[in-house]
Ligand binder design. Sequence first.
Ligand code: NDP
Length: 247
Amino acid sequence: MQSYQAASDALQDKVILVTGAGDGIGKEAALTYARYGASVILLGKTVNKLTAVYDEIIKNGGKEPAIIPLDLKGATAKHYRDMATTIQAEFGKLDGVLHNAGILGVLSPFDHIDLPTWQDIMQVNVTAPMLMTQALLPVLKLSPHASVVFTSSGVGRKGRAFWGPYAVSKFATEGLMQVIADEYDNSSIRVNCINPGATRTKMRSRAYPGEDVNLLKTPADLMWLYLYLMSDDSITVNGQSLDAQPK
Ligand code: NDP
């Protein structure tokens, strides 16, 4: 499976929204989807990072992307409904959503976890993708084969000391994916998770400041799975949590 090779036009005519598209894995996914023919909607917090990705897509000859600057911490259901209306007006449908944006918070002992940190992590990592998916369902239903991909983590499958709210948010992500996937089984919408595994990004460096980053896979190394789940090659795959770095 890791040898999966998407056809060069695998995402031609697809419209794909990527959250956290300005940096790390999300940036690589946005550039990759554009390279395989998709119109990409770049959502993120920091506008200049999004415009840099926009410029790179245009420079590479990709279709003109759209930019949605949005801080998931403060976004409400109305923001997502307005977003869905705009996407429908601009593109007529939505074929894919990569829920990639996430925050780590601070790794700390359980008895040091404070409520504001807990709530921020749950808001960005769980509540925002839940509300966004709800609001986008009508426009996802306009696609013949829509793919919703959530981003999990190894600590979202087995808890680990000091990973507190981040780990719990990733368990919740797995649960959210399973619930939606089961409800939409046998529909045109499939829902799955990717666990990227240890990857050379800013988030990883914050969690493991001392490690040799040269030993880590890069976001580009993971893209086979990000492409697979967005392409029609995966239309029968639903309710799965897949590893981008299988053992
Ligand atoms: P980065 O920290 O490198 O990038 C995170 C992205 O999310 C950034 O583009 C950031 O935007 C965006 N983001 C963060 N907070 C918000 C917010 N409030 N509103 C909108 N956008 C926001 O992380 P990675 O690329 O490493 O992680 C991507 C995903 O993969 C995450 O869900 C993470 O949990 C998961 N993951 C990563 C692993 C790894 O080893 N790297 C391992 C397992 C899972 P900005 O730059 O503007 O803040």
